[in-house]
Structures are given as structure tokens and as C-alpha cells.
Design a protein around this ligand. Structure first.
Ligand SMILES: [Fe+2]
Length: 259
């Protein structure tokens, strides 16, 4: 993607998000949270793309994928007051539709346009199915890594600030009762993505986040996970439950071994 196209998309994004900021309804902090998430994922993914040796146009494409990946979140939150897709709308499809309806990618070549839509549609799937298009699959995997890197940061800061059950937007409204579910431990044990419908507590949710390490695709992303100590930090926030701590240790070993 060319620099001038990138600038146009950034300008659209800033104005688009501003309309939600200016709407003046409750939950402004959640709009800002998602805006900042989009900006950071854009930075994460272009950094990963650079480390993987992609060329300049591909790095710009990655940057735009990161910027736009959660563009559906703003309308989702303003219409339904939640980020939980199951209680509102599939935010990935909504984002793809918003991009199409606003003609944001009209100046972008059809190949890159397809990659951007595919990556957005794929980013929130529990497990990524191989895409028929190799480049779409590559950028989908890259986006999923970048997205996870930033959500780890958000969640750890949320827990460190004492966040808990009462916050639906970040904490999913789960009780903070120190309990750990067998289904969640089973998923971790099998290196499977934890099924969110099995979450019964904040500690289940922390284990789900630890389990994301089994879904990291690229070495530069894994080394960021280790460098930032995300898994160790989440482990330190778990209750004194032998099975939960062992699952966390296994995840940490997995990260170390795959680097
Ligand atoms: Fe998302």
C-alpha cells in the first residue's frame, strides 16, 4: 500500500472515532480504550512485519490492518453498550461492513482490499481456519498475534489496577471468586484455545489469556510475550491452585521452547 492511501485511511479513522467521542453518551472511556487499542495494535503489527522482513508496502498494509481491525467496536458499543459479541453483534463482520459502506478502501488495490477484509473477519475467530488465500492467511495470523499482544497488556493493567467482576467491558462481568473450571484446565492441557462459553470466574478468564500463547504464530511475537513477562504476570495473579499454576508453568515453558 502506498503512503498517500495510508494517510487517507488514517484521516478517515480519526474523524470516524471522533464522532463517537463527541456523541457525549456514557462510556466514553470505553471508546477511548478501543481507539487506543487500535493505535497500539497498528504499531505492534507493523513492528512484527518489520522484524519478519516484509517490504515497505507490506508493512504499511499491516499497519492499516491493525488500525482498522476493531473498527466495528465503536458502533457495537454505542448501539449495545457492550463488547461481548454474543450479547450484541459480531464486531468483525460489522467492521468489515462499515469499511465497505464508507468506501474507505476504494483507493486500495483489490488484492490488498481482500487481505484487509479477510484479516478483520478472521481476527476474532476462536481458532483460525486456513484461508484459501495464502497472503490473507499470513496477515490474519499476524493480526491475531498483534491483537493478543495488546490485549495481554490491557488485561494485566486492568487486574493490576484492581479491576474485577463489576466491569463488563473488560472483565466480562465474571465473579472474582478464586474458582477454576475443569473445562478451562482441559483446554489448556490440550493446548486448545479456551472456549469463552466455559468461563465461570475471573481466574478462568486469566487462564484463557495464558492459553493464548498456544495460538501465537510468529517468533517475534513470542519473544515480545517473553520480554514483557505477560505470562509470568498473569500467573502471579492466579489463586493458589496447583492445577492452575501447573497449567501456567506449562504455558511459560511452551513460550520459552518455541523461541
Ligand atoms: Fe477485535
Amino acid at each position: 500500500m502506498k503512503m498517500e492511501e495510508k494517510e487517507k485511511i488514517w484521516d478517515w479513522f480519526r474523524i470516524y472515532v471522533q464522532t463517537f467521542r463527541a456523541a457525549g453518551y456514557g462510556g466514553l472511556e470505553h471508546i477511548i480504550l478501543k481507539e487506543e487499542h487500535c493505535l497500539r495494535v497498528s504499531e505492534e503489527i507493523s513492528g512484527l512485519a518489520g522484524e519478519l522482513g516484509l517490504d515497505e508496502e507490506e508493512i504499511i498494509l499491516a499497519e492499516i490492518i491493525g488500525l482498522l481491525h476493531d473498527v466495528g467496536r465503536f458502533e457495537q458499543y454505542s448501539r449495545y453498550g457492550t463488547f461481548v459479541d454474543a450479547r450484541s453483534v459480531d464486531h468483525a463482520s460489522l467492521g468489515s461492513r462499515i469499511i465497505r459502506n464508507n468506501g474507505i478502501l476504494d483507493g486500495v488495490g483489490s488484492g490488498e482490499r481482500k487481505i484487509i477484509h479477510r484479516a478483520i473477519l478472521n481476527h476474532s475467530a476462536l481458532e483460525l481456519e486456513p484461508d484459501e488465500d495464502e497472503r490473507s492467511f499470513f496477515f490474519s495470523r499476524l493480526l491475531r498475534d498483534a491483537d493478543k499482544l495488546d490485549i495481554w497488556k490491557i488485561m494485566i493493567e486492568f487486574y493490576q489496577a484492581g479491576g474485577g467482576s463489576e466491569d463488563e467491558a473488560v472483565g466480562l462481568n465474571l465473579p472474582d471468586n478464586g474458582r477454576v473450571s475443569d473445562e478451562v484446565l482441559d483446554d489448556l492441557h490440550d493446548h486448545r484455545s479456551v472456549d469463552a462459553s466455559n468461563l465461570r470466574s475471573q481466574d478462568d478468564f486469566k487462564l484463557l489469556q495464558i492459553g493464548w500463547v498456544y495460538d501465537i504464530n510468529f517468533a517475534p511475537a513470542m519473544s515480545r510475550v517473553l520480554r514483557r513477562g505477560y505470562l509470568q504476570k498473569l500467573r502471579s495473579m492466579l489463586p493458589d491452585d496447583r492445577e492452575a499454576l501447573e497449567a501456567a508453568d506449562a504455558a511459560i515453558s511452551h513460550a520459552r521452547n518455541s523461541c
